[in-house]
Design a protein around this ligand. Structure first.
Ligand code: DC
Length: 224
């Protein structure tokens, strides 16, 4: 029974460190990983490629339902995301793709279309699922739910560093505005808004190292 497979849900706003922490926790436990944000990014990106407007809900839901994707790694062990066999790893990580994702994610039929795909990642020995509604909607029965936050300023600074390290030049002020806009859209949308599940444990990563936050999550995972 798939339902007995353990899920650790990690939700929180953009830049809280969810992606990094989820990846590390999954690697430490030998669990599968679901980067649910990538599915919304892929939907928005595929729509752009097909010339479909981000307001065309029916067409977007259709794209989401039929996404042909693969999460894998290259010869050096770097993560790779394929869409219809094409490597789009970097294309979906841009700020544009993130903003597009946030817009398509506000549309209920798109979220519904992605539900089954997300749940199909639940496989033995366990799953670490990273997103906005993992604990509140997609995996309500997750054994451990974590709501990871960090101050808005710190999230903007982290994202800025990440992009600069990748050679992408953006201003911190513009990034802060983007983060605030996206937070607002994600928390105020009527469908599956970003909020902690009632049974989530809150974890504020401001001023904490990646190792410290990962260890806290692993402690919780190991001690229940
Ligand atoms: O985590 P991320 O930045 O890759 O997510 C991109 C957008 O997708 C984010 O603005 C909100 C949306 N999203 C969502 O609504 N629900 C999820 N489970 C994951 C992401």
């Amino acid at each position: 029974m798939t339902d007995s497979v353990r899920v650790i849900a990690i939700d929180g706003p953009s830049g809280s460190g969810k992606g990094t922490i989820a990846r590390r926790v999954a690697a430490a436990l030998g669990y599968h990983l679901l980067d649910s944000g990538a599915l919304y990014r892929l939907t928005a990106y595929a729509a752009g490629r097909q010339g479909i407007a981000l307001g065309d809900t029916a067409a977007l839901a259709d794209i989401a339902r039929n996404l042909q994707i693969e999460f894998g790694s290259d010869a050096e062990g770097n993560e790779r995301v394929l869409l219809n066999g094409e490597d789009v790893t970097f294309n979906i990580r841009t700020e544009d793709a993130g903003n597009g994702a946030s817009q398509v994610a506000a549309q209920a039929p798109v979220r519904d279309a992605l539900l089954e795909l997300q749940r199909s990642f639940r496989k033995a020995p366990g799953l670490v699922a990273d997103g906005r509604d993992m604990g509140t909607h997609v995996f309500v029965d997750a054994e451990l739910k974590i709501y990871l936050t960090a101050s808005a300023g710190e999230r903007a600074r982290r994202r800025h560093k990440q992009l600069m390290d990748k050679g992408i030049d953006v201003s911190l002020a513009a990034l802060s505005r983007d983060i605030e806009d996206r937070d607002r859209r994600d928390t105020e949308r009527s469908v599956a808004p970003l909020r902690p599940a009632e049974d989530a444990r809150l974890l504020d990563s401001s001023g904490q190292s990646i190792e410290a936050v990962t260890n806290t999550v692993l402690d919780w995972a190991n001690t229940g």
